[in-house]
Write a protein that binds this ligand. Structure first.
Ligand code: SF4
Length: 357
């Protein structure tokens, strides 16, 4: 399948009201943004800056940090000056931390209506955010829903109701720099919640599956949940929550977007599952190609195929490819066969062709 053909199936997006977080456009027709969250101690500004810089390298476009206490809020100013991407403060329980974070110069706030509910406290935060034109994400989480709500209702309805109530409060204060998220661990619950709220509000949606687990299972849960929503046109920013280093979240986020043709970011690797026809140490070759491709920023398609059945077809369709044979590899570039090399030279020859693109 050629690129034009696959692009024809790119999902149609729900067009939300656009806003900016630290210069990054969110919603409307802006590209879907990949976010992550640090797992360093925010009070340790040096370690947090170091991690954010690494995430910037991986393409992270917005970063959120936990602000559990005043010391963490105080560190935000320093963190902000040490990084390039927009900084969002994640606030729970204490509205005063949100006020301190705004003073520290953050570009966005995430508030949880499940644990900051008093109107006068929220009002103080909203007015301070409005003064600085800082957007607020109303971030609902199935695990921390408001205690006062009707527990006989479904979790998705309870998340929606809590979000709508908070939105009403922000709108009553003439504040519309709003982003919303409704995350649950349960994938169908999350999809249902986003699907329903998408028709009720004009604001951008931050999507993700919360507490989705280790990369092995979490990437699958997130891909199913986030992928389904994106295919329905829902979602303006994404975060793949993983019990891992956040670089894994960023990489997985782009892979989800790339798989739906919604973003280009670095290479796409096409490799066959191998079978009894393979006559080279194929998994080793693919692993090596994978490692080498990490450094490549170009949005190219690289095909590594185990034999001559589908090999030449897929390899020829990619920007660069190899179709392996008995201890050999036929190297292709832009559909043309360029050389036949020994097994030991396959990775080097393939990467040399990547360099030439
Ligand atoms: S490309 Fe060849 S080796 Fe790979 S799975 Fe298909 S038939 Fe098997």
């Amino acid at each position: 399948m050629n690129l034009k053909e696959s692009r024809a199936y790119t999902p149609k997006r729900r067009i939300s009201r656009q806003l900016e977080i630290g210069g990054v456009k969110i919603g409307g027709k802006a590209p879907i943004v990949v976010q992550s969250m640090t797992n360093t101690d925010t009070r340790d500004a040096k370690a947090t800056i170091k991690q954010i810089k690494e995430l910037e390298e991986y393409g992270c476009e917005i970063i959120r940090v936990a602000v559990p206490d005043v010391e963490a809020a105080d560190a935000l100013k320093k963190i902000k000056t040490g990084i390039k991407i927009p900084l969002i403060a994640d606030i729970h329980f204490d509205y005063r931390l949100a006020l301190a974070a705004l003073k520290g110069g953050v570009d966005g706030l995430r508030l949880n209506p499940g644990n900051i509910a008093e109107r006068d406290k929220i009002k103080k935060v909203v007015l301070a955010a409005k003064e600085r034109s800082v957007p607020i994400r109303i971030g609902l989480n199935a695990g921390s829903l408001p205690k006062t709500d009707n527990r006989r209702l479904s979790v998705s309805t309870r998340m929606i109701n809590a979000a709508l109530e908070q939105i009403k409060l922000l709108e009553s204060l003439d504040f519309e720099l709003i982003k919303v998220s409704l995350k649950a661990f349960d994938v169908p619950t999350t999809i249902e919640a986003y699907k329903k709220i998408a028709d009720k509000i004009p604001y951008p949606l931050h999507i993700g599956i919360t507490e989705s687990g280790t990369p092995r299972t979490g990437i699958i849960r997130s891909s199913v949940g986030i992928g389904t929503l994106l295919y329905m046109g829902i979602g303006d920013t994404i975060r793949v929550s993983l019990t891992s280093h956040p670089r894994e979240e960023v990489t997985a986020g782009y892979e989800i977007l790339k798989s739906l043709n919604l973003r280009e970011h670095g290479p796409i690797l096409i490799s066959c599952p191998t079978c009894g026809r393979t006559e080279v140490d194929f998994i080793k070759i693919v692993d090596e190609v994978c490692v080498q491709l990490v450094k490549v920023k170009k949005p190219i398609k690289v095909a590594v195929m185990g034999c001559v059945v589908n090999g030449p077809g897929e390899a020829a369709d990619a920007d660069v490819g190899v179709a392996c044979g008995k201890g050999k590899g036929i190297i292709f570039r832009k559909g043309k066969k360029v050389s036949v090399v020994e097994e030991k030279d396959i990775v080097r020859s393939l990467m040399a062709e990547v360099e030439k693109l």
